[in-house]
Design a protein around this ligand. Structure first.
Ligand code: CAA
Length: 261
């Protein structure tokens, strides 16, 4: 498949990079871009050798400056709802992806851009990053999961403040409130993302995949059932050669060599 609005590449074995690529519109998400993201996610999801997905925006100004306002302006209610459902479906697919997804936030992450970063398993940011849910300025609510993921990430009070005032959050505050896990210089962002991806790719693949699955599913479960799915996954890991290798390597005082079996 050829893409018009995203770049999708395998940087190294198992490490995929998805770049939203509409820099002239600050990488705004229109319906076509959402569909291309969904197609790329499906490719990663179907690849048994995939280890990590990195997500970023093209250019040095924006990660994603939101859903495409030019496209949305003429929406009637039915089209708006369908667009919101399309975005929500696409972003949910990131959470359902079998491998971790890390957002590399290189600039504006507004509206749908903040929502894209939050749908990833975690985000790291450049010092230039700016986050926010400014939809109320446009007379709409957030439409790609922001009203739900923001309170889950930063707590209800702060989420309500941000969602109703449209206040923008700089990288240092984003770090403090838990929107991102680290902030780096702009020129280090990609290397830092790659370093994280390499670290993860060197671990037991089944353990990493199962960790993502049980963390993501566990968010919507009660604690007893969530811990039960953890026990089940722990049992599954112990049916792999990689578990035998990982534990034997520890006992032998040598690095483990995982083979994904
Ligand atoms: N949709 C469509 N086009 C956008 C856009 C968006 N979300 N954000 C920026 N652009 C376009 C601008 O229209 C402009 O295009 P032209 O050059 O053709 O005029 C180009 O990108 C550059 O933008 P600016 O000239 O505005 O750049 P700036 O540096 O002066 O300002 C900015 C940058 C503060 C991010 C400003 O562009 C801005 O406020 N953008 C909109 C942010 C926003 O409101 N996002 C939420 C969208 S709604 C949403 O996302 C709903 C949802 O939850 C699904």
């Amino acid at each position: 498949m050829t893409y018009q609005n995203i770049l999708f590449e395998e940087l190294e074995a198992g490490i995929h990079l998805l770049t939203v690529n509409r820099p002239k519109a600050l990488n705004a998400l229109n319906a076509e871009t959402l569909d291309e993201i969904a197609a790329a996610l499906a490719r990663v999801g179907q690849d048994p050798a995939a280890r990590v997905l990195l997500v970023t925006g093209a250019g040095d100004k924006a990660f994603v400056a939101g859903a495409d306002i030019a496209q949305m302006q003429a929406f009637d209610s039915a089209r708006a709802q369908a667009f919101s459902e399309r975005g929500n479906r696409t972003f949910r697919a990131i959470e359902l992806l079998p491998v971790p997804a890390i957002a590399l936030v290189n600039g504006y992450a507004l509206g749908g851009g903040c929502e894209l970063a939050m749908a990833c398993d975690w985000a790291i940011a450049s010092e230039r990053a700016l986050f926010g849910q400014p939809e109320v300025n446009l007379g709409v609510v957030a439409g790609f999961g922001g009203t739900q993921r923001l309170p889950r990430l930063v707590g209800r009070s702060l989420a309500m403040e941000l969602l109703t005032t449209g206040r923008l959050v700089k990288a240092d505050e984003a770090l403090r409130i838990g929107l991102v896990t680290q902030v780096v210089a702009p020129e280090q962002l990609r290397d830092k993302g790659l370093e994280l991806a390499r670290t993860i790719a060197a671990k037991g693949p089944a353990a990493v995949r199962l960790t993502k699955q049980i963390v993501q599913r566990g968010q919507d479960m009660d604690l007893v059932n969530a811990c039960q799915q953890e026990a089940f996954a722990f049992g599954l890991c112990c049916a792999t050669e990689d578990q035998k290798e990982g534990m034997q390597a520890f006992l032998d005082k040598r690095p483990a060599k995982f083979h994904g079996r």
